[in-house]
Design a protein around this ligand. Structure first.
Ligand code: ZN
Length: 612
C-alpha cells in the first residue's frame, strides 16, 4: 500500500511493548480462543473466533480458527446503478476442518456502526454447509486468549482499543477485542474511542451436524444489500468505494487491511490465503476486474433483475490470495491486455477519464512489464500467471497491491508507486506477512523497490549497468538514500516497526522508510549477490504462504558471508535494533549503530568484520 497524502503522523508509541510478537511457524491456526479447549483431542468443539494471540492489539478480532481456507467462489449479482447486491448474490467458501467442528465463524461487517453513509448495509439471507441449511448469528469478538471463552459475559472482554490493555474511561485492564473505527485521522484523537464496545461482526455458523476433522466442506452465504467501506484504526476508510462517475458507474475495491469483509464474508486475516474464482453478474455495459486471468464474458438478455440486460464476467485466480488482496471492481473501464514475456498484463482505467489523462496513464501502465523484469533480477521469477493495473475514479486514500491487479485511485498513476506496488507482488502477495504487526516487512521491501528505481535512473544517467560508472552511480544512490533517512530526527525512530498500533500501522517512518533502509543495509552486509540469493530463496521457500519475522531473519542470516556464530549473533542484534526497538524522539544515542551512518558502521566491515 502507498498513501496519497503526505500528512505523516507525528507518532509516539504508547503501545504496551510486547516482545516477540512474531508468530511461530504455522502456529496461527492454533492460536486464539477455542472456548471448550478442555474437550480437545477426539471431541468436537467450536472453531476459534480469531487468529490472533493474547495481547495482540492490531485488528485482534479478525481471522477464524478450526479450519483452513482453501478456495472461494465469488458470485456477485450486482446492480451497478443502485450499488446493491441483488437476490442470488453469494459466496461459496471451501475449507478444511483442522478439528471436529460444532460451529465456526467468518468475518462480515454487514452494517457499519462507524459510517452509516458510505459503510455497508447488507443482510445475510441464508447459509448452507455442504448444501444443508445451517443456523447463523452475529456476535461481538472477544479478546484473544480469554480464559472464559468467546462467550465471556463480562462486557470488558469485548472492547475496542489501540492499545493493550484497553484502558479507556473505565480503565479496562483486559486486552482489546477489536480495533477502534476512528472518526478522525487526528493523532490527538487516536485514543478517544478506547473502551467502546466492539461491533458484532463475527458471523457464527452452526451446521446441522458436526464437521469431521480433516474433512473438506463448503459454506454458501447468500446475502444482499449495499457494500461499503470499513473505518480503520487510523481513521481512514477502505473497502468497496461507490463510483458515481458517470452516475451509477459501480464500485471500486481497495481493502487493506480489513475492508474485504465490507463486501463479502470471509476468513479476514492475512494468513488465510484461499484461491479464487469470480463469476460476477453485473449491469450491462460494466466491466468486472478481479484477480487472475479473465476467462469469459457472457451477455444476458434483459430480465426482472436487470431490465437493460446484464453480463457475467469470469475470472480465475489459481494462486492463493491473502484476505486484503482480493480485487473485484465493477464499472465503466477501458480494459486491454498485452502479452509480454509470456505474461498477460491487464491495463484498465475508468473510461470517464479524459482522453489526455488516459494517454498519460497508459504511458506509465505500459512500463509494468519492464518494471517486472527489473524487479525479477532481485526477487527471482515473477510469481503469478498475470499482472495488471486498474486506475479508478474514487479518491480512496491509498494505492494498493491487489494481487495481479494493482489499484490506483483518484484517476491517476505514477511510476514511483507502480515500482512500489509491483514489488509487493513478491513481498506481501506471494510471501504474505503472518500477522498485521509484520506489515513493515513487506512495506519495507516495496519501499526498497522505489529506492531501486531511483538507483536505476542514476545508473542509466551514468551510462547504464554495463558501465563501471553506471554501477557506481547505482550504489551511490542507495548509500545516499540510506544516509538521508538515517539522519532523520523527530518521530522517525519512536515506533518499533514490528510493534505498531492500528493508528501507526501505515506510518511512513516506522512501516515504510525505516524497514526500507534496513534492507539497503542488509544488501551491504550480505553483498549484492548474496542479498539476491536470500530474496529468491525466501520466495521459493515461503511463496504461496506466509512468513514470520523469525523466518525472514533466518532467511538473511543463512547468506551472511561469514557464517560464524558471532556474526550470526551480530546480525540478530542488527534486526533487534532496526525492527524491534523504539527509540526516544530524535533517535537518541542508542539508535541503530550497526552499518550506520554511511553504511560503514562497525561490526560488519573491515578487519574482523562479518562481510568476508
Ligand atoms: Zn505498500
Amino acid at each position: 500500500m502507498a498513501r496519497h497524502r503526505s500528512g505523516t503522523a507525528v507518532a509516539v508509541t504508547l503501545a504496551f511493548l510486547l516482545p516477540g510478537l512474531g508468530l511461530g511457524a504455522g502456529s496461527a491456526a492454533l492460536a486464539g480462543t477455542s472456548g471448550t479447549s478442555a474437550s480437545a483431542g477426539q471431541g468436537c468443539f467450536a472453531g476459534a473466533r480469531t487468529l490472533s494471540r493474547l495481547g495482540d492489539h492490531v485488528y485482534p478480532d479478525t481471522g477464524n480458527g478450526g479450519y483452513t481456507s482453501l478456495h472461494t467462489n465469488v458470485d456477485l449479482v450486482y446492480d451497478a446503478t443502485t450499488n446493491r447486491f441483488l437476490r442470488g448474490n453469494h459466496v461459496i467458501l471451501t475449507d478444511r476442518a483442522t478439528h471436529c467442528l460444532t460451529s465456526f465463524s467468518l468475518d462480515f461487517e454487514r452494517r457499519s456502526t462507524a459510517n452509516v453513509s458510505i459503510g455497508p448495509d447488507m443482510r445475510v439471507r441464508s447459509v448452507t454447509v455442504n448444501g444443508a441449511r445451517a443456523s447463523f448469528r452475529f456476535v461481538q469478538p472477544t479478546y484473544p486468549g480469554d480464559p472464559n471463552g468467546p462467550n465471556d459475559p463480562n462486557p470488558l472482554a469485548h472492547e475496542a482499543s489501540e492499545n493493550n490493555p484497553v484502558g479507556g474511561p473505565q480503565h479496562n485492564p483486559l486486552p482489546p477485542a477489536c480495533s477502534p473505527e476512528l472518526k478522525s485521522t487526528s493523532f490527538a484523537k487516536r485514543n478517544s474511542q478506547n473502551g467502546e464496545q466492539c461491533p458484532a461482526n463475527k458471523l457464527v455458523i452452526t451446521p446441522a451436524a458436526a464437521i469431521a476433522n480433516r474433512s473438506v466442506f463448503t459454506v454458501r452465504v447468500n446475502y444482499t444489500g449495499r457494500p461499503g467501506v470499513h473505518t480503520d484504526g487510523d481513521g481512514t476508510t477502505e473497502g468497496w468505494f461507490r463510483s458515481d462517475k458517470p452516475r451509477g458507474d459501480g464500485g471500486f475495491v481497495t481493502t487493506e487491511p480489513v475492508g474485504t469483509e465490507d463486501w463479502m464474508p470471509l476468513n479476514d486475516h492475512p494468513s488465510a490465503k484461499p484461491t479464487y474464482d469470480f463469476d460476477d453478474t453485473v449491469t450491462a455495459g460494466r466491466t468486472v476486474l478481479a484477480n487472475g486471468i479473465l476467462e469469459s464474458r457472457t451477455k444476458h438478455a434483459p430480465d426482472a433483475k436487470f431490465p437493460h440486460g446484464s453480463v457475467t464476467w469470469r475470472w480465475h485466480m489459481a494462486s492463493p490470495v491473502a484476505s486484503y488482496l482480493v480485487e473485484d471492481s465493477v464499472g465503466h473501464f477501458n480494459l486491454t491486455q498485452r502479452m509480454v514475456d509470456g505474461i498477460p498484463f491487464y491495463e484498465a482505467q475508468a473510461s470517464s477519464l479524459s482522453a489526455a489523462r488516459q494517454k498519460k496513464n497508459l504511458a506509465i501502465m505500459n512500463k509494468q512489464p519492464d518494471i517486472t523484469r527489473f524487479e525479477s533480477k532481485f526477487n527471482g521469477p515473477y510469481p503469478f500467471g498475470s499482472d495488471g493495473v486498474v486506475v479508478g475514479r474514487p479518491s480512496a486514500s491509498f494505492e494498493e497491491e491487489m494481487e495481479t491487479m494493482i489499484t490506483f485511485a483518484g484517476g491517476e498513476i505514477d511510476t514511483d508507486t507502480l515500482y512500489h506496488e509491483n514489488m509487493h507482488q513478491w513481498w506481501g502477495d506471494h510471501v504474505t506477512e503472518a500477522n498485521y504487526n509484520l506489515t513493515f516487512y513487506k512495506e519495507g521491501m516495496a519501499t526498497l523497490g522505489e529506492f531501486l528505481y531511483h538507483a536505476r535512473l542514476a545508473q542509466h544517467a551514468a551510462g547504464g549497468p554495463g558501465r563501471a560508472a553506471g554501477r557506481r552511480a547505482f550504489q551511490r544512490s542507495l548509500v545516499k538514500r540510506f544516509n538521508g533517512l538515517y539522519k532523520s530526527k523527530g518521530g522517525f525512530w519512536t515506533i518499533a516497526p514490528s510493534n505498531p498500533t492500528p493508528y501507526s500501522l501505515f506510518d511512513e517512518d516506522s512501516t515504510y522508510a525505516r524497514p526500507g533502509i534496513t534492507y539497503v543495509a542488509l544488501r551491504q552486509i550480505l553483498g549484492h549477490a548474496n542479498f539476491v540469493r536470500a530474496l529468491t530463496q525466501l520466495q521459493r521457500q515461503y511463496g504461496g504462504g506466509v512468513i514470520t519475522e523469525a523466518q525472514l531473519e533466518a532467511g538473511f542470516r543463512r547468506w551472511l558471508p561469514n557464517r560464524s556464530a558471532a556474526c550470526g549473533a551480530r546480525l540478530g542484534q542488527f534486526f533487534t535494533q532496526w525492527f524491534d526497538t523504539a527509540y526516544p524522539r530524535g533517535g537518541g544515542a542508542n539508535r541503530p549503530q550497526i552499518t550506520g551512518p554511511g553504511l560503514a558502521g562497525p561490526g560488519f566491515y573491515g578487519a574482523g568484520g562479518c562481510t568476508r
